[in-house]
Design a protein around this ligand. Structure first.
Ligand SMILES: [Zn+2]
Length: 184
């Protein structure tokens, strides 16, 4: 009994030691319970700042459901897709910043928006590569590249290789995942 206790204590301390080493190695200031991400902040006038490391937004489905509309929840948290030509931004042309509906991170600048004739708002680049991340999506019997918000992991849409210059990319994004703010 006594030796079992000592062994458990030893294992507990050993694992704490390993965790401590890992966190020191990554970032001495990092909190062990909060994941952090690099994000580029964009001001109301469109000014882009240097990337900074901030806490990711991690919430339960119940919390997201309370915060978002049903459509926004279904699309951003359950990887849904809005019907083409039904969203509020596919035919919008004003200058401004498209931000994440979940966490307000700046995702796309209207100056990269183009008419893709698909019925979804389409962009040839994100506002900053840090602010979105790609994952492989093999649903529907296809291999596609899904695009998510880096800070809150909201599903935004997909990116394809048939876009216009200068990138040749087409970020096909659900309107309901975005919140457009006209330039101040
Ligand atoms: Zn987000």
């Amino acid at each position: 009994m006594h030796s079992d206790y000592n062994r458990r204590q030893f294992l507990r301390h050993a694992s704490l030691g390993v965790c401590g080493l890992v966190f020191v190695g990554i970032d001495a200031a990092a909190k062990p319970t909060v994941r952090q991400v690099w994000i580029v902040q964009v001001s109301a006038s469109g000014q882009v700042s240097a990337p900074e490391r901030i806490d990711a937004i991690i919430q339960s489905n119940a919390q997201w459901h309370a915060q978002l509309s049903q459509d926004a929840f279904d699309i951003t948290r359950r990887e849904g897709t809005e019907a083409p030509y039904t969203g509020k931004y596919w035919d919008q042309h004003g200058q401004g910043i498209y931000r994440c509906i979940g966490c307000d991170t700046a995702l796309f600048n209207a100056n990269t928006k183009f008419d893709s004739h698909t019925g979804w708002p389409s962009f040839w680049a994100p506002i900053a590569s840090e602010n979105v991340h790609n994952t492989v999506d093999t649903r529907l019997g296809m291999r596609r590249t899904a695009v998510n918000c880096s800070r809150c992991d909201a599903h935004l849409g997909h990116v394809f290789n048939d876009g216009p210059k200068p990138t040749g990319l087409r970020y096909c994004i659900n309107s309901v995942a975005l919140n457009f703010i006209a330039l101040a």
